[in-house]
Ligand binder design. Structure first.
Ligand SMILES: *Cc1c(COP(=O)(O)O)cnc(C)c1O
Length: 355
């Protein structure tokens, strides 16, 4: 064995078990595949790809389609292999050794994880017990750490909390560096930071095709931000990183915005239904603006509940051992049938304790 970089020695890998079960509600994917018409159009275009040539390096058709949808300029759009590669490129460009990145915990684990891999120092601010963000804590962290990059995840994963727009505005006014708003779940919430994107504001919004768009298998995400930021990211990312098939997949997906909106509305309705149903059970249910709900059982351990659900063929995300999330489980909203199966399993698991 050859030793890795000193600063990586203590690092643990990203862990999310892929278990074979009947009802899989653990990774916040869409419960349904993309429309059949999308698959047909994709197959037809794939047959015309010039496979011996490199793909369009600037992904111009894809970026133009994303830009048209959001009403921005294509020069304000940076696309990559999942929003994780977007985040990595931002951090390679603006974090790295000797620089500081701020997060507000608990939040998406990969913000801090990728930042550490680039060699940056991560400063963790704390959320309140109900997982909301206190403006005084934001001020304390930003003024003491002077971060080069500050993350805000809204709706926040894994808590579901939607930050009020004022919180972002305060942060942007205070932060000395770049503010990155991770909006992986924005379509499920009631506001987006997209209309605040401006060349004079050091703030960028990151989105993904993995959740709302039913395209997790495709690995496609993007950023909307100032033109100068996009130009810097293009210098850092590997040339030809977006393959031809992915560029086609994403561009064609944007022909199905109405279908996507319908799915989002269905999931939001199901989120309300399962949240209401759980309110009658012995669990704490945190309000969510995303396609998942965080819960905490009142009279049994979180990990025990996770196992009891798995015994009933339902897989959810076990956050019970994560810092600040004692006994919490995160449940992705599925199809109505999957949600019924989950509710039945949950009621069964909870009543077993009292038996
Ligand atoms: C799921 C998720 C992503 C998505 O990552 P991809 O690489 O696009 O699949 C990004 N941010 C958050 C907060 C997420 O929950």
């Amino acid at each position: 064995m050859i030793p890795v970089r000193d600063d990586l020695r203590a690092l643990e890998g990203y862990h999310s078990p892929q278990v074979d079960v009947r009802v899989r509600l653990n990774t916040n994917e869409s419960p349904v595949p993309p429309p059949a018409a999308w698959r047909d159009a994709f197959a037809a275009e794939l047959s015309r790809v010039e496979w011996h040539r490199y793909p369009d390096r600037s992904a111009s058709a894809l970026r133009a389609a994303i830009a048209a949808w959001h009403g921005v300029d294509p020069a304000q759009v940076f696309a990559a292999n999942g929003s994780n590669e977007v985040l990595q490129t931002v951090l390679l460009t603006y974090a790295g050794p000797g620089r500081t990145v701020a997060t507000f915990e608990p939040t998406y684990q990969l913000h801090g994880h990728i930042a550490r891999i680039t060699g940056a120092t991560v400063v963790e601010g704390e959320r309140a017990a109900d997982f909301t963000l206190d403006p005084d804590e934001v001020r304390r962290v930003v003024e003491s750490a002077r971060p080069h990059v500050t993350f805000l995840c809204s709706p926040n994963n894994p808590t579901g909390v939607v930050e009020p727009p004022e919180r972002l505005d305060e942060l942007v006014a205070l932060a000395p560096g770049l503010v990155v708003v991770d909006e992986a779940y924005a379509q499920f919430a009631d506001w987006s930071a997209l209309d605040r994107v401006d060349d004079d504001v050091p703030m960028a919004v990151v989105r993904t095709f993995s959740k709302t768009w039913s395209m997790a298998a495709s690995r496609l995400g993007y950023l909307v931000g100032p033109r100068w930021l996009v130009a810097e990211l293009e210098k850092v990312v590997l040339p030809y990183h977006l393959d031809a098939a992915k560029q086609i997949a994403g561009r064609l997906a944007l022909d199905f915005v109405d279908d996507m909106d319908d799915r989002v509305a269905g999931i939001v309705a199901e989120r309300a239904r399962i949240s209401d149903a759980m309110a009658g059970l012995d669990v704490e249910v945190f309000p969510s603006g995303a396609n998942f709900v965080l819960i905490r059982p009142r009279s049994m351990g979180g990990h025990d509940l996770w196992q009891a659900l798995l015994d009933r063929d339902v897989l959810v995300r076990d956050c019970s051992s994560w810092p600040r999330l004692d006994d919490c489980l995160r449940v992705t909203v599925g199809t109505p049938d999957e949600n019924d199966a989950f509710l039945t399993a949950l009621a069964g698991a909870l009543s077993e304790v009292h038996a």
